[in-house]
Write a protein that binds this ligand. Structure first.
Ligand code: DX5
Ligand code: ZN
Length: 218
């Protein structure tokens, strides 16, 4: 399968948001990755609905929203209305995960679950067939620009095995510290979608960096 690159807008220049959105539109990137943080689930606040609305207005590719918020059920419909194509909630923030996943799908979006670095893959055994995407956090959520946690490779292999054993169609996404140094090993282990924030937006030529990442893993 074609491996996907999802630049994380968290690392974009918010003073030039439209310019950076157009850069992604015109690049070899596949998705927009949008990080929503509430200052409660994670110790940081990123941006909320009005900013997502502004991004959606210009974005011409799949909008992949990563919710790092408590009680995400409250906002599922709102995110659908704002143009989210994929909505990912955290396993650690959902008491009734199955219900939340069904609600996301009923709102017309693909449903994803993100796992913190300390959360084992095994917690997804009874829900994997319902998931369109699993996001393995390769850093502790809350901030861009952190170092990749090496234990992630093992989790990608375990998740791939779980997906294959259940005949599921779930995509594996990796989020945090992705660079040209780990992209190949991650996709070889089974990753389908690589999120990259700082590595793309802090580079001299983000468009070229996206093309390089894409060609490393395809
Ligand atoms: C972290 C966010 C990531 C972040 C990745 O909490 O979920 O999506 O933007 O940024 P980098 O690629 O800089 O680690
Ligand atoms: Zn993210």
């Amino acid at each position: 399968m074609n491996k996907l690159i999802a630049p994380s807008i968290l690392a974009a220049d918010f003073g030039n948001l439209q310019r950076d959105v157009e850069m992604v539109n015109n690049s070899n990137a596949d998705w927009f990755h949008i990080d929503i943080m509430d200052g409660v689930f994670v110790p940081n606040i990123s941006f909320g609905m009005p900013v997502l609305k502004a991004i959606s207005k210009h974005a011409k590719k799949t909008i992949d929203v990563h919710l790092m918020i408590v009680d995400p059920d409250r906002y599922i419909k709102t995110f659908a209305e704002l143009g989210a194509d994929v909505l990912t909630v955290h396993y650690e923030a959902c008491t009734h995960l199955h219900r939340t996943i069904q609600a996301i799908k009923a709102s017309g979006m693909k449903a994803g679950v993100a796992l913190n670095p300390h959360t084992p893959i095994s917690v997804l055994e009874d829900i994997i067939s319902d998931l369109d995407l699993v996001c393995i956090m390769s850093v502790n959520p809350g901030f861009g620009g952190q170092s990749f946690i090496e234990n992630t490779y093992k989790k990608v292999q375990q998740l791939k095995e779980l997906i294959v054993n259940n005949n599921a169609n779930t995509l594996i996404e990796i989020d945090g510290g992705v660079t040209n140094k780990n992209a190949k090993q991650l996709t070889e282990a089974g990753a389908d979608v690589l999120v990259a924030g700082s590595f793309v937006f802090k580079s001299d030529n983000p468009t070229e960096t996206i093309t390089d990442l894409k060609s490393i893993c395809n």
